[in-house]
Design a protein around this ligand. Structure first.
Ligand SMILES: *[C@@H]1O[C@H](CO)[C@@H](O)[C@H](O)[C@H]1NC(C)=O
Ligand SMILES: *[C@@H]1O[C@H](CO)[C@@H](O)[C@H](O)[C@H]1NC(C)=O
Ligand SMILES: *[C@@H]1O[C@H](CO)[C@@H](O)[C@H](O)[C@H]1NC(C)=O
Ligand SMILES: *[C@@H]1O[C@H](CO)[C@@H](O)[C@H](O)[C@H]1NC(C)=O
Ligand SMILES: *[C@@H]1O[C@H](CO)[C@@H](O)[C@H](O)[C@H]1NC(C)=O
Length: 157
């Protein structure tokens, strides 16, 4: 890391200290949906916890991660959308993310709407192996995820 980045990191950590919610508004890892109206940085961390909600209905490449890809192929359409209910679970996860951080952007630049549209179009017309995303903003969100993980390491591990 460059010196300027390290300085920025410490600056950010300092800001985080100021942003930690007071004791009566405790931060919930298991129910991130409770973490509404918090500082932007905490919102991002809450979104991260929404994405930790996995289901036995979604395995392998069906699992939505911070990376934001949902590359379901056409032949996987029924498995993803069907009785197993992975599409349903993924929409619940997206709902959680939207609730805690409306403007959340995944690492590939996908917005919540991009993935919501991918699932709705995919499940009605069939997936095609890729998903919607806006290519800009990639580096910014990767950096933000890094900060979130540093925050996690310092305060919760
Ligand atoms: C899996 O999907 C089925 C059907 O939608 C649902 O009844 C069940 O609760 C889901 N299981 C989990 C672990 O999410
Ligand atoms: C996890 O996802 C399920 C949907 O599969 C949802 O019903 C549940 O509320 C979510 N849990 C949390 C803590 O967000
Ligand atoms: C996804 O889009 C549908 C309408 O197409 C909307 O009802 C739903 O609230 C959206 N879900 C999220 C998580 O934004
Ligand atoms: C694949 O699906 C996405 C999302 O529905 C769509 O935007 C894209 O144009 C499709 N690509 C091809 C090659 O059909
Ligand atoms: C998903 O598809 C896109 C577009 O084809 C590709 O750039 C990306 O690497 C794929 N990601 C995964 C995890 O397969």
């Amino acid at each position: 890391m460059k010196n300027s980045q390290i300085a920025m990191l410490f600056g950010l950590l300092f800001l985080c200290l100021l942003q930690i919610p007071s004791s009566n508004a405790s931060f919930s890892k298991t129910n991130p949906i409770y973490n509404v109206n918090l500082a932007p940085f905490i919102q991002r961390l809450s979104a991260y916890y929404c994405l930790q909600n996995t289901s036995s209905n979604c395995t392998g490449n069906f699992i939505l991660s911070e990376k934001g890809w949902l590359n379901i192929s056409n032949s996987e359409t029924n498995a993803f959308c069907g009785e197993l209910g992975c599409a349903q679970h993924t929409l619940e996860v997206l709902k959680c993310v939207r609730y805690v951080h409306d403007e959340y952007t995944f690492e590939n630049g996908a917005t919540i709407d991009n993935l919501n549209d991918t699932i709705h179009t995919g499940c009605s017309k069939g997936f095609n192996g890729t998903s919607l995303y806006k290519s800009s903003g990639t580096t910014r969100s990767v950096t933000a995820t890094l900060y979130a993980l540093v925050f996690l390491a310092l305060f919760y591990v």
